[in-house]
Unconditional design. Structure first.
Length: 291
């Protein structure tokens, strides 16, 4: 009997997970990265980069729905959105569901990522790139947020983990650039890792973000692929009321939007801002340092 090939994730030291590889669809190695796309019987198509799982067909909806609908429905009147990264197209798919949006800008550093994901993960984007409101900009995100003359109501940073090329998207300079192109009362969100496995990321984000926006907080969701507990999403805004929108208002906005979701509900939205004590303590300790 032929031995099953396994892909071992090496993101965390001393702990990991593996995936059975039914079929390798694409593999590329350079000095900077090792990218693999493969089939798995439970998660469907899987993309892995440098030993870290990036996305899977089966559970991507949790991540993309929560990073999109929470800030947009909390804002309530967004007309423009900036997506940083997101080359797999999943975030764009969820964003274009909001019919009231007039302008959607996506900044991806490498057009080949977009093209590859259209080919190997077509269900992620589902034709979202063809929406006439979408402008795809191929540029370095740091350069874009520092130089653009456009302003946005919501900024979604769909970044990789803060190691290697993705590290700059967790820097003070990046957050300052995002604040610069955020409209008054705009909302910034970003993936912020799994706090139980990456405990320092919460405090680091607070220290680096809090000089620029009045509120720096987090909300959480359980994404099976991102192992080790619930994932945290950074939330930053000058609109202190946005995090506290009441359930009736969220329900009305959600129903008016006519959006179909598999994870997000207004009740989940509200509950996601309730944080475990160890996460709250990390936030408070970082705020004490920056005060």
């Amino acid at each position: 009997m032929q031995k099953q090939h396994l892909y071992y994730e090496t993101l965390h030291s001393g702990y990991g997970q593996y995936f059975e590889v039914d079929k390798v669809l694409f593999e590329q190695k350079t000095e900077q990265w090792h990218l693999t796309i493969f089939e798995n019987s439970r998660f469907g198509r899987v993309m892995a980069l440098n030993g870290a799982i990036q996305t899977t067909e089966k559970d991507e909806f949790v991540y993309h729905e929560m990073l999109t609908h929470v800030p947009l429905l909390a804002h309530g009147n967004a007309k423009s959105v900036l997506i940083i990264g997101g080359g797999d197209g999943g975030m764009l798919r969820e964003v274009v569901k909001h019919r009231q949006l007039e302008r959607i800008t996506m900044v991806e550093i490498d057009v080949s990522v977009v093209d590859m994901c259209k080919s190997y993960f077509p269900e992620h984007s589902q034709g979202a790139y063809d929406d006439p409101r979408v402008e795809l900009v191929i540029d370095n995100a740091m350069t874009f947020v520092a130089d653009t003359d456009k302003k946005f109501d919501v900024i979604i940073s769909d970044c990789t983990d803060p190691v290697g090329p993705g590290e700059v998207l967790f820097s003070s300079a990046f957050y300052q650039g995002c604040k610069r192109c955020l409209n008054d009362n705009g909302i910034f969100v970003a993936q912020n890792g799994v706090p139980f496995m990456q405990p320092d990321e919460i405090a680091e984000t607070v220290r680096r973000m809090s000089p620029y926006l009045q509120e720096c907080w987090f909300y959480m969701a359980a994404v099976p692929t991102y192992v080790g507990g619930s994932m945290a999403f950074a939330w930053a805004t000058d609109n202190l009321a946005a995090r506290r929108v009441d359930s009736a208002t969220l329900e009305a906005r959600f129903n008016a939007a006519g959006i179909s979701t598999r994870y997000y509900t207004p009740a989940v939205h509200q509950a996601s801002f309730a944080l475990p004590a160890f996460v709250e303590q990390a936030i408070q300790s970082a705020m004490t340092v920056t005060a």
